[in-house]
Structure formats: C-alpha cells, structure tokens
Design a protein around this ligand. Sequence first.
Ligand code: F6R
Length: 263
Amino acid sequence: MEIIITPDYEQMSKTSAQIIASEIKRKHDLVLGLATGDTPVGTYDELVKIHKEEGLDFSKVTTFNLDEYIGLAPLHKNSYNFFMWENLFKHVNANSGNVYVPQGNTDDPEEFSQWYEEQIKKTGGIDLQVLGIGGDGHIAFNEPGSSFASRTRIKALEKQTIEDNARFFKKVEDVPRFAITMGIGTILEAKKILLIVSGKNKAGVCAQFIEGPVSSQITASALQLHNYVTVVLDADAASKLTRTEYYNWVRDNKHMVQKKVGR
Ligand code: F6R
C-alpha cells in the first residue's frame, strides 16, 4: 500500500482527483469504480474543475458505483444514483449509457447483482476503484464479517452504519436497512484501488486497516491482499498511524521510489 498523508481535506481531495485524472488521461476508456458519501465530494468537485479548466474527457469512461440502498428508486434524492449525478456526472461529459449504479428498487436484487457482475466483466474489469471507509471499517457496504470472497449481493447494514448515514435522512428510521453492494471479492479484482479518508473519527479504523492484522472484522484490511492500493488521508485520519515517518519519506522521494519500484 502506498500511503499519502496530506495536510487537510482540501489537499486530500486535490491529490485523489489528480490520481483519477491521470488514469483517465492514460486510458480514455477507463473503467472507473466510484464511491458516494461525504468523503469523495471534494474529489468530485476537483474532477469537475479539471474537466472545465483542462478538458478532462469523461465521454469514453465507464463507471460502476459500489452500492445503492435497497428500496430507493434511482431518482430518490437519498439514492446514490442521485448523489452521483448531482456531484459528478451532470457537471462533466459523462455518457449516461456508460454509467452503472446498482438499482435499489429492482424486483429481483439477486438476479440484478449477477447482472451487475456480468457488466463489470464485459468491460474487461475495473481499472481503478475509488473507495471510502466506514466508521466500522467497511468498504462499499461490506460490513464486519463479510467474506473476502463475496460478490455483488444484498447486505444488511450495521447499526453504526445506519446511525452514521442518518445525517442524510430526516430521521434514523428512514435509513434503509439493506443495500446492494459489490463484494470484497469484486473490489479486489480491480486493477488499482484508491481509498480516500478524512477526519479524526476515522483515525482508529485507519490504523487498524493499514497497520493491523487482516480480518473480516475490518473489511478494509482485505486491501492488504491487493498489489496496487493507494490510500490518500488527511492529517486527522492519519493521526493514529505509527509508521508516518516511513510513509512521508516514500511520498517525498517519489521520484527515486518510482525509479526503483516502478510506482
Ligand atoms: C459509499 C460507500 C461507503 C462509504 C463509507 C464512508 O458508496 O461505499 O463505504 O465510502 O461509508 O462514507 P463517508 O464518506 O460518508 O464517511
């Protein structure tokens, strides 16, 4: 894992947007996995800026979102589909035919999940998957105890996740109890992974998934099994890491590191 510690949320957003933009410039028909939530809002704002100021082209990019609440129609204002259009897609030249978000109001979530996996396969697989991390260590909605072999499926949400996400709803009872989510197995098949994280409330869980043991109790720790992961954190989220000096040395000597290890 490459660990990039940035001073604050703004810099975390800029750094992560630059990483995504350079992958799109490298491969115009990039298959990009996307996350929702508070964390990537700044990253998406930066991408919109790069699109407007430098012409970053999304027209051939295919996107797959990680998850969606069961029971919410795509145009529901709390749906992740709505979030993505409001925060990114409608501000860039995204091609709606290449945009995939799990369908929360499907009649048959199981069949839909299989179809979603097939669409990912048909594109040749995800080139870069963007992730956030939940307070309980989840990636996508893979709550503690999720199998590392899991694929896209329905998952019941943890009490902590429901409470954390209640801020987007009128009351906690309105938060759906289930979601369709890519599995850990699905995520680990992405060629590259970029996890972004911000805030003191995530510091403990960051130390656990980066420096702790691999455990299904902190599903983000499965990323230790992947060979190309970049984590961009702000200083608050990084405040409980113990090997900061090493991470910062690697970050500050990127040129030398690239020459030796090729990334
Ligand atoms: C959302 C997702 C979740 C969030 C996580 C953090 O698509 O997959 O895993 O990334 O819950 O959410 P925020 O950024 O709101 O703290």
